[in-house]
Design a binder for this molecule. Structure first.
Ligand code: GRF
Length: 201
């Protein structure tokens, strides 16, 4: 399956997906990486792996709809069949998420449905939970909503800071994201007609 990855930053999750697709048969090939910011490390990671890149700055568009249509057109032009959001820091419109329903997955640094939105690690520390983790899920219009594909838990240590917890969660993310990609790419999990998850194990 042809994969497009959307990023905004360092791209350590992108790297995990690149490594996963290069070292194992995930049924997936990354054919395009799009960043809404130029000069980020994630773009260099893609270039090092000889994956085509594109910068589409949201600032070049008057509204979210137009930006999302530009993204959509590039993804379709590249023949992308499944999109991975790997630290993409823009909220996508309902128009876009509807077009890519069941073909769009995201990684979030908390055990959803807890701690949606930004600063999920800080939210977990402030709530005093002793376990957090990451979630890979299908994307719906509601931010960090959508069916859960897989999760990884990590402990929260008493001396954790936002930074140390973020790093521990990232290690878990790098295992969870390639696994979820493989399941979706190989059709082991999909969204069915009735909007429920269908598992084929
Ligand atoms: C990850 O923590 C991910 O959960 C969140 O954004 C971060 C991206 O990190 N959506 P990286 O760019 O993959 O290193």
């Amino acid at each position: 399956m042809r994969i497009g990855v959307l990023i905004s930053g360092s791209g350590t999750n992108l790297q995990a997906l690149i490594d996963g697709t290069q070292t194992a048969d995930l049924g997936a090939e990354i054919v395009l990486v799009i960043s809404n910011k130029d000069n980020v490390e994630g773009l260099r990671r893609a270039e090092r792996a000889n994956i085509p890149t594109k910068v589409i700055s949201h600032k070049a568009y008057p509204n979210r709809e137009d930006f999302d249509r530009a993204l959509h057109n590039e993804l379709v032009y590249a023949g992308v069949e499944l999109i991975c959001l790997a630290g993409f820091m823009r909220i996508l419109t309902g128009e876009f998420t509807a077009k890519w329903k069941g073909k769009l997955i995201n990684i979030h640094p908390a055990l959803l449905p807890l701690f949606k939105g930004t600063h999920a690690q800080k939210q977990a520390l402030e709530a005093g939970v002793r376990i957090s983790g990451c979630t890979v899920h299908f994307v719906e219009e509601a931010v960090d909503g959508g069916h859960i594909i897989t999760q990884e838990a990590v402990p929260i240590e008493l001396d954790d800071t936002e930074e140390t917890l973020t790093e521990r969660i990232k290690t878990a993310e790098h295992k969870a994201f390639p696994r979820a990609l493989e399941w979706v790419a190989k059709g082991k999990v999909r969204i069915g007609e009735d909007n429920k998850l269908v598992w084929k194990l």
